[in-house]
Design a protein around this ligand. Structure first.
Ligand SMILES: C[S@@+](CC[C@H](N)C(=O)[O-])C[C@H]1O[C@@H](n2cnc3c(N)ncnc32)[C@H](O)[C@@H]1O
Length: 204
């Protein structure tokens, strides 16, 4: 299925697709596909998978039989739409790990699932605090063992940050602005809405 059709299909089956922006997500898939030179990823990890909307979408970039891995602490009390995920990621080996990303056990489980496979796509969309995002980037990017690869960050425009900033907390936006210049990167803030979100990709 092409990305647009997949978006329409997933949107019709996920409870709250407003968690993602259509233009930002389609742009993300295009930019990652381009960076990988059209080849498909052998492994994808998302931290903060929630109901699985992004996992469904990014599975379009996964190789047949590839590893599609999600981590979620369950803080939002949501369940992955497993029927949908299995349907769209038909040929994937799916691993959903319930745990907080900062727990060593979670890291150990990912390490076991990946085995020697390099991580090709790392997606981070969990707690959105600057230190948490920095920790997740530092720790989980160690599974990226070869290029080309990407790290994708959701909510670089503020998002949860807008709320957190009211409490004077530093967020994913602060993390992103401090890390992006050290890498080849692109970012997109959709014009479709002027609220939160925004996505950033580091090309590794
Ligand atoms: C903004 S949602 C992610 C949306 C998701 N990417 C999607 O496509 O629906 C944030 C998710 O991060 C999870 N989360 C929060 N803190 C976490 C942590 N420390 N480790 C792992 N997951 C966490 C929450 O339970 C929630 O499901």
């Amino acid at each position: 299925m092409n990305d647009v059709k997949l978006w329409e299909y997933v949107s019709s089956r996920i409870d709250d697709m407003s968690i993602l922006d259509r233009d930002e997500t389609l742009w993300t898939l295009r930019r990652i596909r381009n960076h990988l030179g059209g080849r498909k990823a052998e492994s994808i990890l998302e931290i903060g998978n929630n109901e699985g909307a992004f996992l469904c979408m990014i599975s379009n970039l996964l190789k047949k039989g590839g590893l599609l891995i999600g981590i979620d602490s369950g803080a939002w009390n949501t369940e992955v739409n497993m029927d949908l995920l299995q349907e769209v990621a038909l040929d994937a080996e799916i691993h959903l790990i319930k745990g907080r990303s900062e727990e060593p056990e979670t890291y150990a489980q990912i390490s076991e699932v990946l085995g020697g496979t390099t991580l090709r796509i790392l997606a981070i969309d969990s707690l959105h605090l600057e230190l948490q995002t920095r920790f997740e980037w530092k720790i989980y990017s160690s599974f990226i063992r070869e290029s080309p690869a990407v790290a994708y960050f959701h909510d670089i425009a503020g998002g949860f940050g807008q709320i957190d900033n009211l409490n004077r907390k530093r967020t994913t936006r602060d993390f992103w602005n401090s890390v992006k210049y050290y890498h080849s990167y692109e970012e997109k803030r959709s014009k479709a809405h002027d609220g939160p979100m925004g996505v950033g990709i580091l090309f590794l």
